[in-house]
Write a protein that binds this ligand. Structure first.
Ligand SMILES: Nc1ncnc2c1ncn2[C@@H]1O[C@H](COP(=O)(O)OP(=O)(O)OP(=O)(O)O)[C@@H](O)[C@H]1O
Ligand SMILES: [Mg+2]
Length: 302
């Protein structure tokens, strides 16, 4: 089982593929085989918790999920953007599900109305679980008092700016757990080795309008359900800082992210994906206005 030190390496992306301690690299080309199916998770994409050959657990989303295979590409690209900006989000990997594993797990199905579909063998997406699920409690929601204590609360503001840029038409979602900020949220000012509540941004599947691959600016898109995460952190200077980081976001990071998306997730639509990337880069100019609109909605709430 990987230890905390290994998560620290993983999160700072410093292990190389040939490193003897596990072969991990943030920009690894590898697809990691899944070795065990654990349990079904909640949610519209009908994801499953699985264990992979690298010893980590992942929440796996499948190419043939009810929200469409493009949502996997969306997750990948948004995750690359968030990580480049130093915003805490689980590492996402390409996971390989072999046909033997699928045959040995007849429960591994998704339901579309009254029809059940087997998960297809091949490459799917995994969002790394922050620790051992048998020992680490992970929550989808926190009461206000605990939310104010989240060590990386300012990441919600950065993520809002990204969500407006990529037109995430979902509400913003995160998971919360107790861990060491220096491992999980390395951009937070020093906390020593003390544990704190960490938020990891999850579920970017409805970026780019979901399966539509369109940009829009609906006022409530990408907003987290509890405005405390913005009211505590959103000074004008901070908003400006995040908007500027998007404005000068390196094109190379987007190009690399697009090239890493497996063909299996986009059904041969490489041209459409390239065009999405070009529109995304052009759209950097429109982000300031879109963020202002979203935040004025948040602050106007009673
Ligand atoms: N990396 C992760 N670590 C721990 N838990 C996770 C992780 N990713 C997802 N989850 C859990 O799995 C659930 C489903 O994940 P997610 O929201 O990404 O999928 P979804 O099917 O799109 O859900 P929904 O339709 O509810 O938005 C989350 O509510 C969360 O509890
Ligand atoms: Mg979700």
């Amino acid at each position: 089982m990987p230890n905390v030190a290994k998560y620290a390496h993983v999160n700072s992306g410093i292990l190389k593929a040939d490193d003897e301690s596990g072969g991990y690299n943030d920009s690894d080309e590898a697809t990691i085989p899944v070795v065990r199916i654990a349990r079904k998770m909640r949610g519209g994409s009908q994801s499953w918790l699985v264990e992979a050959a690298d010893g980590f657990h992942y929440v796996a989303k499948f190419r043939n999920n009810p929200q469409g295979s493009r949502t996997l590409a969306n997750e990948w690209i948004s995750h690359r953007i968030l990580r480049h900006l130093g915003i805490a989000t689980p590492i996402i990997q390409r996971l390989k599900f072999g046909s033997e594993l699928i045959s040995a797990n007849p429960d591994l199905v998704m339901h579309f109305g009254n029809r059940a579909a087997r998960v297809e063998a091949g490459t799917h997406l995994g969002s790394m679980f922050p620790g051992d699920p048998a020992e680490t409690a992970v929550y989808d929601f926190l009461p206000d008092r605990m939310l104010r204590d989240v060590a990386n609360l300012q990441d919600f503001l950065g993520t809002l700016v990204v969500d407006r840029w990529v037109s995430n038409v979902d509400v913003r979602q995160a998971v919360f757990f107790r861990g060491k900020p220096r491992v999980w949220a390395p951009c937070v000012a020093a906390h020593g080795s003390k544990r704190a509540i960490i938020a990891l941004m999850i579920d970017h599947g409805l970026s780019f309008g979901g399966a539509r691959w369109e940009f829009s600016d609906a006022p409530s898109s990408g907003i987290f359900g509890n405005p405390i995460v913005y009211t505590v952190t959103a000074s004008k200077a901070c908003v400006r800082g995040w908007v500027d980081r998007v404005l000068y976001f390196p094109e190379r990071v987007i190009e690399d992210a697009l090239s890493e998306v497996p063909d299996e997730w986009i059904d041969g639509e490489r041209g459409e994906l390239e065009s999405l990337g070009e529109k995304l880069l052009t759209r950097r100019q429109a982000v300031a206005q879109s963020v202002d609109r979203a935040l004025s909605g948040v602050f106007a709430r009673p």
